[in-house]
Design a protein around this ligand. Sequence first.
Ligand code: MTE
Ligand code: MO
Length: 441
Amino acid sequence: MTKTPPRTRGLHELYAEDPEAADKLLWDREVDPVTRRGFLKRSSLLAMAAAVGGSIPFAQQMPGGLIPAALAQSDEPFRLTGKEGLTVLNDRPINAETPPHLLDDDITPGRYMFVRNNGIPPAAEAIDVDAWQLEVTGESCVNPQTFSIAELKQKFEHHTYQLQVECGGNGRSEYVPSASGNQWTTGAVACPTFTGARLRDVLEACGIADDAVYIGYYGADDHVSGDPEREPISRGVPMSKALEDESLIAWAMNGEDIPYLNGHPLRLVCGGWPGSVSGKWLNRIVIRNQKHDGTKMGAPSYSVPKHPVAPGTEVPLEDFETIQSMPVKSLVTFPKSGLTHALGEALTVRGHAWAGDLAVDTVHVSIDFGATWQQAELQPAPNRLAWQRWTSAVEFPEPGYYEVWAKATDSQGRSQPMVVPGWNPKGYLNNACHRIAVQVA
Ligand SMILES: Nc1nc2c(c(=O)[nH]1)N[C@H]1C(S)=C(S)[C@@H](COP(=O)(O)O)O[C@H]1N2
Ligand SMILES: [Mo]
């Protein structure tokens, strides 16, 4: 674990490229109409203090958008701790996605796993693995108990699964009219391996009452307001999902500590469902006798209209339902979009496909905007809820501009749409075909 506080990508680089966007993205300013001075919001101020290595007594006098000299004069680039090559969408809270070509590994390395934060992570230096506690409680828990991580490791069998985690809002940027929230393109998905105890084993050790219907999680991150009474997020899953073999309380990812921004030292992982059910910095699980009612459990969060609606429709809250399994989807992870390819040579394209709780049955690729499709080779998943590798060699008939499209079909016969699917107010579940551009010369 690193002692460096989370930092954002090249602040000075960003300022050089697009000062206005950088200002907006990074400074989160509230402009005082009387003095026209840009006050930093409390959350930004804390980040800035962490980045310069101390509190800033005269923060109120700082002009909005000023880059502290301590950072401007340093040639050490801003970085997200433990991450590489991610595109930062927002820094308070930190949200960063992975470009498709960096998702080419069968097992996503930690440095390439996207980051979706609803709040402010616990300070890295405040995370004490030996002192970390997981409390299991709730009205449907027979014997509430608290475990240290060492106790979890010692009392329960260890299991390792490769599990796909995809944010429910992945693809949101393509909806028209646009939906508010992080404008994810394709990169809020990852499939690393996780090692931990089965959630089921831990719940059973604490006694699941007959009336249990749901579990909920709580994490150690703070609400962006700084109000200790508010949770940034506290979601959960029905008992049936909680009791699956692959639902884990994980202390390791890819055989190492979970990366700080992905929930070190402990997180819940329920693969195949919106990533928001996989609680990071996990310190409490509640067994509930009703659907969990924590922050962002209720509509419209992670919910879609029960019936299709026309784009732009205002949907009453009672007409939403909570998203469960994610829809079938695929990515082209090689080659990187925009390549020039020699005519007459076959081009091997590859990627991954996944389908929420289901398996992927077939993947097809097209080079003619979907007029014809050829079936790709598809590997079985290493375990349930892992993505599947697909590969296909395509040939181009003449020079020019092509797009390679990939389309996966799940084990129940449902395919990805070629255009953006059903608009919904919060922009969830866009599983349209991914495509890359190829110039054939
Ligand atoms: N404690 C906590 N857990 C959390 C979140 C969070 O903000 N706080 N974000 C959730 C959401 S919306 C997603 S998509 C996943 C993202 O996991 P990652 O940041 O490790 O990629 O974590 C989920 N678990
Ligand atoms: Mo998410």
